[in-house]
Design a protein around this ligand. Structure first.
Ligand code: SF4
Length: 412
């Protein structure tokens, strides 16, 4: 039996679909293009993995499911329908579970949307990123804004009443006005949830090759040539907050905004460090105090799914042997300090901050026991505030979140 399984009552489930029609120019997620044969073999493997865990986690209730990728909506509907059938058969799923699937505009059809509904999926997360055609092309996205609109309207017509739209700012040649236009076009559609992340230039992507010197120049105090200067990115972030607040969206996490009652429960679970089971290529899980990472090689993952079994796996840091399964490539038993740091880093991403009672329950110490001098220092700098129940970042703290969060690192 996997660690922590006996006493678990609530679990979040993440399912990774690693396929995309084409790789976007900024993307370093674990996603590949694949033919029908590979997709079919992968989906069979995934179902084996779900069935395996279903047997081990019989007394667990699944509170949220997130099918991410990659581009899950690229799959033909029969794959998703049979995947969800196995999920329902293998696990006990709460009646009010939030079940999300990530969709890319241009890949949805009415048949797929209807099939999602029949499978119990009740939330769509649509990756728009930009409403500007030049930006979409430069990002390497497969869709136009018009295709997004058609897919969005179709989902509404089919009855989806919980939709997230993902946006990205700080793009090459972008200024506040350009992103304002993307934002207002999005807000006009009245989605329940909007995520707005600033672009990160990741190693191994075409964007890294094209723009790495912009970052170096900026750090050396010069103007970047193509990427917006960090002051412009900051202004875009502030403008986003204002426009979305005006339109009735509450910022509940550094990059996430929702109408009341539509906050993403699955992601809140991550930020509150709830246990989650990740299945699929490279998916990670947090079970008890162990973080597992699945195999990241597609062929090897499919092969191992043919005979899943419990095994011993070496902790990546301590070499200590832990319980795991042969699909795990990594396992790390988190120290008490690591748990406390994570609880603070993740919790402070949320505007409501860290609940002190949750910190005590998860870590066995009060926040004051561990962080009193740090909290006092950050309060004096105007970066955090607290009351009896919670501790949270102020507006200034959110602007300087990297600096503030680094203070919660513990020695050793
Ligand atoms: S669609 Fe998403 S996962 Fe796929 S390549 Fe683009 S950014 Fe990456």
């Amino acid at each position: 039996m996997m660690p922590g399984a006996e006493d678990m009552r609530e679990l979040e489930l993440y399912i990774h679909i690693p396929f995309c029609m084409r790789k976007c120019n900024y993307c370093d997620f674990l996603s590949v293009t694949a033919d029908e044969r590979l997709q079919s073999a992968y989906m069979e493997g995934l179902k084996n993995e779900l069935t395996f865990y279903g047997k081990g986690f019989r007394d667990v209730e699944i509170s949220t499911i997130y099918i991410g990728g990659g581009t899950p909506s690229w799959l033909q509907e029969r794959y998703m329908a049979s995947l969800m059938e196995v999920v329902h058969k293998s696990f006990s799923i709460r009646g009010d579970a939030e079940i999300t699937v990530e969709c890319n505009p241009g890949t949805l059809t009415r048949a797929k949307v209807k099939s999602y509904q029949n499978s119990g999926i009740n939330r769509l997360s649509m990756g728009l990123q930009s409403a500007n055609q030049q930006e979409l092309e430069h990002l390497g996205r497969i869709h136009t804004f018009e295709q997004f609109l058609r897919n969005y309207e179709m989902a509404r017509e089919c009855g989806f009443d919980n939709i997230n739209v993902d946006l990205m700012y700080g793009l090459p040649w972008q200024n506040t006005e350009k992103f304002y236009r993307t934002l207002t076009k999005t807000v006009a559609l009245k989605p329940e949830h909007i995520s707005a992340y600033s672009l990160m230039i990741e190693k191994g992507t075409p964007f890294y090759d094209w723009y790495k010197f912009d970052g170096v120049k900026q750090e050396a105090g010069f103007m970047p040539e193509v990427l917006p200067h960090e002051d412009v990115v900051y202004q875009i972030g502030k403008m986003t907050e204002d426009v979305l607040a005006e339109a009735g969206y509450e910022r509940y996490e550094i990059s996430n905004y929702a109408r009341k009652g539509y906050e993403c429960r699955h992601n809140i679970g991550y930020w509150q460090r709830k246990e989650y089971l990740g299945v699929g290529l490279g998916a990670s899980s947090l079970l008890g105090n162990v973080r597992y990472g699945n195999i990241r090689d597609l062929e090897r993952y499919i092969e191992c799914c043919g005979s899943i079994r419990e095994t011993r796996i070496k902790d990546i840091k301590t070499e200590k042997e832990l319980e795991g399964v042969n699909l795990h490539e990594t396992a790390e038993e988190l120290s008490r300090n690591a748990c406390m740091e994570e609880t603070m880093f993740l919790g402070l991403r949320m505007i409501m901050g860290v609940e002190k009672s949750r910190f005590y329950k998860d870590c066995g110490f009060t926040v004051d026991n561990i962080y009193y001098p740090i909290v006092r220092e950050l309060k004096e700098e105007g970066l955090v505030e607290e009351n009896l129940e919670r501790i949270w970042l102020t507006e200034k703290g959110l602007d300087l979140s990297n600096y503030a969060m680094a203070k919660f690192l513990l020695p050793g």
